[in-house]
Design a protein around this ligand. Structure first.
Ligand code: 13P
Length: 268
């Protein structure tokens, strides 16, 4: 298996203002520091995805205190600059030292009508600005019933990869894929690790077919949907699951640190 650094990512969604963000990031860093030896030894990355208005405060704290945390934004504009009221450019996120940006979260697809074409344009924008896109894919309960688990997430991934492979030369860009079955998000009903592994394996096959072996072996694929400290271990044991995208449980720094710390138990 390739050396993929596990990524435990916390998507705060529309929770926590910038003052609350500072308190949560401080507590997260302290809690992780207790277990720093273990989580750093395994080289796991821990990242938070706060609302836009928190990013500057989070950046200042992480840079100022040299915390071993990464951060990213929850969305970006497909455009670089211009008359796009309310939008945020990838250039601005890069200037704030964001490493990651979520693209195509199911809540963006559902409530903001983001199509695969829009997601592809946003992935391209992220890459233009040196951000690592975390492309979210996943099936609804209706999709699951009609097509099985893998068909829709694989089609969503292919729609974006097609635009990347077309005309690109040289090494494939760094990308993270997050498999989040919509029915598992915020429901308390996570997929089983076997279900998640089956879809993540299918996603990796699609990457292999479209971008080649190197990209398939290097790309991290996360599972998201009702992840907690009580179920993370099972997901991390699976061959094609390289971490988690955590929603609700990432708002509690002690619980999120407990999820991140599970790295040390993997393979022990
Ligand atoms: P929950 O962990 O709250 O189910 O949310 C998952 C999610 O949507 C993360 O992006």
């Amino acid at each position: 298996m390739a050396d993929r650094i596990p990524l435990i990512a916390g998507n705060w969604k529309m929770h926590l203002d910038h003052l609350q963000a500072i308190a949560v990031v401080q507590k997260l860093a302290w809690t992780l520091q207790d277990a720093r030896h273990s989580y750093k030894a395994d080289g796991a990355e821990v990242a938070v995805f706060p609302p836009f208005t928190d990013l500057r405060s989070v950046q200042t704290l992480i840079a100022g205190d040299r915390l071993e945390l990464r951060f990213g934004a929850q969305d970006l504009s497909e455009h670089d600059a211009g008359a796009y009221t309310g939008e945020v450019s990838g250039a601005f996120l890069k200037a704030l030292e964001c490493r990651y940006v979520l693209v195509g979260h199911s809540e963006r697809r559902q409530y903001h009508g983001e199509s695969d074409a829009v997601c592809a344009a946003k992935v391209a924008a992220a890459l233009r600005h040196g951000l690592v896109p975390v492309l979210c894919v996943g099936e609804t309960a209706e999709d699951l019933e009609a097509h099985g688990a893998a068909a829709v997430p694989v089609a969503q991934l292919r729609a974006v990869l097609e635009t990347l492979s077309a005309g690109s030369s040289g090494a494939a860009p760094e990308l993270v894929v997050a498999y989040e079955p919509v029915w598992a998000i915020g429901s308390g009903q996570a997929a089983t690790s076997e279900q998640a592994q089956a879809v993540c394996a299918a996603l990796r096959i699609a990457i292999r077919e479209m971008l080649g072996d190197e990209a398939a072996d290097a790309t991290r694929i996360l599972y998201g949907g009702s992840v907690k400290s009580g179920n993370i271990a099972g997901f991390l044991r699976e061959a094609d699951i390289d971490g988690a995208l955590v929603g609700g449980a990432s708002l509690d720094p002690v619980e999120f640190a407990a999820i991140a710390r599970f790295q040390k138990h993997v393979g022990v």
